[in-house]
Design a protein around this ligand. Structure first.
Ligand code: KG4
Ligand code: ZN
Length: 334
């Protein structure tokens, strides 16, 4: 018998749906909300309204392009958390209602676990146990992945996420939201050693990004004093230097985690894994240190429903279903 699932992702500002059949992704549809751009960040109220507007057409498209009718579905999966409550509520309510109407089970998926399981969408696949540096707009974690549904966070940020640090530094430079991809773009032309920022010291495998954000604020304040054109004249060098600093903070702890665990299978996941500087650094260090590196395809780095579908596939096989009482959990951990 075929196993066909519909998966819905609505944790932040992407309304997404995917269909997976026997572990293979058939469709992966994403509606990105541009509405937040002009506000310099995500406005939760607007995000949930946009999900409400997009969810039906996005699900329809995912099903019809896959040539799958609703009656062929074995279960409906959705992101339970972490994320914005109003955004999650749309996916959870829609998913439960659809499943109730069809008389099929629901599957709840942890968004961060799904980012990690995006590595099982294509080839090559990592071998357990592996380490995953999960870097997004809301999270920065080093995860020890023991099995599809058995993961342990061994390091995480004590304050801001690295994606937030990218977005906030971009905002200070006058760049629109989300600033991460723009910093990446300008950094390609710049000198990573042009400007220096103070080192960050945090215990164990944990991270901190709030200090670097403040240091960057003071740096810009000092440099632009009497020199209004400082940013426009040095944009590439500034972006390259701050990006290099943020990547170094990540790499320092990743090296330490690899040494401590002796694990050489290293993956990255989450929106910031789209960063070309991080991808290149990882490739380079991987070959120097004998690590086997796993970097997701661009389309599976930022939020998408294919990763939710992949996680749902393994949960279905493990018999991990939820009830119709399922609720969003904005602060969900593993
Ligand atoms: O995983 P994701 O799509 O959403 C969350 O779950 O948060 O990650 C979004 C984050 C944003 O902070 C965005 O600026 C960052 O990923 N991002 C990047 C790049 N592409 C996306 N940061 C740096 N360089 C990029 N190329
Ligand atoms: Zn995400």
């Amino acid at each position: 018998m075929d196993l066909t699932l519909l998966a819905i992702e609505s944790s932040c500002d992407e309304t997404a749906a995917a269909v997976i059949k026997n572990g293979r992704i058939l469709t992966n549809v994403i509606a990105t909300q541009d509405i937040h751009r002009k506000y310099g960040g995500i406005v939760p109220e607007l995000a949930s309204r946009d999900h409400q507007k997009n969810i039906v057409p996005v699900v329809h498209e995912a099903l019809s392009k896959a040539n799958i009718t609703k009656s062929m579905l074995n279960a409906v999966a959705f992101t339970k958390g972490p994320g914005l409550l109003g955004s999650l509520l749309v996916g959870v309510s829609f998913g439960k209602a659809l499943a109730a109407g069809l008389g099929i089970p629901v599957i709840e998926v942890n968004h961060m676990q799904a980012h990690i399981l995006s590595h099982f969408i294509g080839d090559p696949k990592p071998v357990f146990p592996f380490l995953c540096l999960t870097v997004s707009g809301g999270h920065t974690q080093i995860v020890l992945v023991k099995d599809f549904l058995d993961m342990e966070i061994i390091g995480e940020t004590q304050d801001d996420a690295v994606g937030e640090a990218f977005d906030k530094t971009a905002k200070l430079l006058g760049l629109p939201y989300p600033g991460g991809p723009l910093i990446d773009k300008y950094a390609r032309e710049g000198n990573i050693h042009a400007f220096k920022f103070p080192p960050v010291d945090t215990p164990g495998l944990d991270f901190s990004f709030s200090g670097i954000k403040t240091a960057f604020l003071y740096f810009l304040r000092d440099q632009t004093k009497g020199n209004a054109e400082f940013i426009s004249k040095n944009l590439s060098d500034i972006c390259a230097s701050i990006q290099f600093t943020l990547i170094e903070i990540l790499m320092k702890k990743l090296r330490k985690a690899a040494e401590q665990t002796g694990i050489k299978e290293i993956a990255i996941a989450g929106g910031v894994s789209a960063n070309s500087g991080l991808r290149n650094t990882l490739e380079k260090e991987g070959s120097e240190r004998g690590w086997k590196i796993f970097i997701p395809k661009f389309e599976y780095c930022t939020d998408n429903a294919a990763m939710i579908a992949m996680a749902a596939h393994y949960k279905y096989l493990a018999g991990e279903f939820a009830t119709q009482e399922a609720n969003p959990d904005p602060r969900m951990t593993f």
